[in-house]
Every structure is written in structure tokens, then in C-alpha cells.
Ligand binder design. Structure first.
Ligand code: ATP
Ligand code: MN
Ligand code: MN
Length: 307
């Protein structure tokens, strides 16, 4: 006799007081994780994630049918968004638009309920939208670049930034590459931060042209790592630490310590399955000193790269 098939519940579930519809819908086909699994992941990591989101305008990746189906980016608040998401009015090309903030765990779980699989944030907070409080170097390896090369690239970039007197932090993207982050004291404007990050990327590409490229051109990227400094433009976003990725294997963008990097297997090693355990067992938060390390990107530093 064959065992009866487990009943596929069509009933709603509840996580953190938020109703989850289609709880058994598979959102990550590679792992079989469902919508309610995802909501529970976010409930578990809320204390780590929420500070990363707080007061930062969002761009969301929504995939109503899961990571295997169509996804779209959304940056404006629409009336289909859950009520826990807060509005923030921002001036843009069109005059002004309403952007979104997710400032608590309830908002995050409500976003999961609305089909969100990725949370991306501005590098500035609502308090000072024109003065970034972080600079991001997004290391994008061409498909033929080895993981070892990506690791070395991050280490080289770190050295250069440290030499300029900056604090340098690291996260996996849950995808292919790494994000190297520099916490800033708000002060410099977007144009300055973007120009500085471009100068750093260009410098590395000139010094080590076999390894790095600082221009978008896909054609010239073979074998190289594109140092994507364009995350530092006003209105650009980068995936938030502890956000999931809309990819097959339920990868999570994960802060790591520099001494973890040499033994890390890949940018997608950390997932919704091992991140909660990692956090529970962690003795030292790799980003514990992130706020302490903030530096103002003033003339002295900026001049080192000829800006
Ligand atoms: P990977 O390590 O695989 O490169 P990533 O998050 O760095 O992962 P990228 O493709 O390099 O992915 O993109 C960097 C960031 O640019 C994303 O995290 C996202 O915030 C932003 N981004 C990319 N494409 C879009 C888009 N179409 N609309 C809005 N933001 C985007
Ligand atoms: Mn990238
Ligand atoms: Mn990129």
C-alpha cells in the first residue's frame, strides 16, 4: 500500500501575526522552500535584518509565482502594498514620488505575503537622503572568473580603501559576487561619493588590468571582475544584508568577517537554511563595528584619488 500523500494545505498560515496566503506555494524550486518557510526565515532573522532596512528607501524584487517565474523591481509605493510599509516622499526626475520604508518585522513579513523575494536599499537614510552613509563596491565577476579571483579582488580593494583611511566591510550577495562596503559619516553628496568610488575602481583597473575593469562594457569583461561603482548613484540600490535572493537555491546576502573569506566556498553559500543557525551560534557580529567605522568623505581622503 502507498502512504497517503501529505495534504497540501490551501488554508492561510500566520507568521508573526501576519496572514500568509498560499503558504505551501514553492518559492525556491531548487530547495523546495515555500512561502511560509520564507516568512519564518524573515521572522527568525528580524533582529539582524530590520536595522539594515530602517529608514532606507527600498527597491523590492517581487516574484508573485516564486523565483522560477517572472519577477519585477518596484520602488514606488502603490495602493496594493501592505499597510505596514511606510511612505517616504522623495524628489526625483518627475518632481516627487512616494517611496517605501520597511521599518519593522511586521512590514517585512507583509512584504513576503505580497510576493517579495528581495529587499534592496538606498545607501542613505530618510534623515539625510542627499548624504550617503555608505559606499558600495559591487564586485561582478565575468562568468569565467574563478571564485579565488573574486576573493583576491575583495582583499586588494580592501587594502586600497584601508590605505585611504576608510573602514571596509564585506558581504556575500547570495548570487555571484561580493559587496565591499565603506560606512560613511553623512556629509559628502552623491556626486562626490560616486566620483570617489569611480576613481577607486578606475585606479584598480589601471593598476591590474588583467583582473579588473571599471566600465560597464560587457564585451571587454572576459576573465575580469567589473567593479560596479554605480551602486553609489542617487536612487541606486543594493541588496540589503540578510535579504534573500530570487534565485533557485534560496541564497541570502550575508555579512562575513574578512578572516572568513579565504575559506568561504562561494557567494551563494549562505542560504535561508544555514543563516539562522549561523546567527544563533555567532560569537562576534562581523559588522559590529560598522557604525563606529564611519568616516566623512572629506577633501583629504578624496584628494588621494585625484578628485
Ligand atoms: P551578484 O553578486 O550576483 O552580482 P548583486 O546583488 O550584486 O548580485 P547585480 O546584478 O550586480 O546583483 O546588481 C547590483 C544591484 O543593482 C542589485 O543588488 C540591485 O539592487 C541593483 N539592480 C540591478 N538591476 C536592477 C534593476 N533593473 N532595477 C533596480 N535595481 C537594480
Ligand atoms: Mn553584483
Ligand atoms: Mn552589479
Amino acid at each position: 500500500t502507498t502512504a497517503p500523500k501529505p495534504k497540501r494545505s490551501t488554508e492561510d498560515a500566520e507568521v508573526g501575526g501576519v496572514r500568509i496566503s498560499h503558504p505551501t506555494r514553492i518559492v525556491f524550486p531548487g530547495t523546495g522552500d515555500t512561502k511560509v518557510d520564507l516568512a519564518r526565515y524573515y521572522e527568525q532573522v528580524a533582529d539582524w535584518l530590520v536595522p539594515q532596512l530602517k529608514d532606507r528607501p527600498l527597491t523590492l524584487v517581487r516574484c508573485p509565482q516564486g523565483a522560477a517565474h517572472a519577477c519585477f523591481f518596484q520602488k514606488h509605493l502603490t495602493d496594493t502594498m501592505p499597510e505596514g510599509v511606510q511612505p517616504v516622499e522623495i524628489k526625483d526626475e518627475s518632481g516627487s514620488a512616494t517611496y517605501m520604508l520597511a521599518n519593522d518585522v511586521r512590514a517585512v513579513i507583509q512584504l513576503v505575503q505580497s510576493g517579495v523575494l528581495e529587499l534592496h536599499t538606498w545607501g542613505a537614510t530618510q534623515r539625510a537622503l542627499e548624504q550617503p552613509d555608505r559606499m558600495i563596491f559591487d564586485l561582478d565577476p565575468a562568468p569565467d572568473v574563478s571564485w579565488q579571483q573574486v576573493v583576491e579582488a575583495a582583499q586588494l580593494l580592501r587594502g586600497l580603501l584601508q590605505e585611504a583611511g576608510l573602514g571596509v566591510f564585506l558581504k556575500t550577495t547570495g548570487g555571484k559576487g561580493l559587496h565591499v562596503e565603506v560606512p560613511l559619516k553623512p556629509g559628502a553628496d552623491w556626486d562626490t561619493v560616486k566620483a570617489f568610488s569611480k576613481a577607486v575602481a578606475t585606479h584598480l583597473a589601471q593598476q591590474l588590468p588583467d583582473r579588473f575593469i571599471a566600465t560597464m562594457s560587457k564585451a571587454k569583461r572576459n576573465g575580469k571582475i567589473f567593479i560596479d561603482y554605480l551602486r553609489n548613484a542617487r536612487g541606486a540600490t543594493a541588496v540589503a544584508a540578510y535579504s534573500t535572493r530570487a534565485r533557485d537555491q534560496a541564497g541570502v546576502a550575508t555579512p562575513i568577517a574578512w578572516d572568513e573569506l579565504p575559506t568561504l566556498a562561494s557567494a551563494s553559500f549562505w542560504t535561508i537554511h544555514n543563516v539562522p543557525e549561523r546567527l544563533a551560534a555567532m560569537k562576534h557580529n562581523p559588522w559590529a563595528d560598522y557604525d563606529k567605522a564611519r568616516v566623512k568623505l572629506g577633501p583629504k581622503i578624496v584628494q588621494k584619488f585625484g578628485i
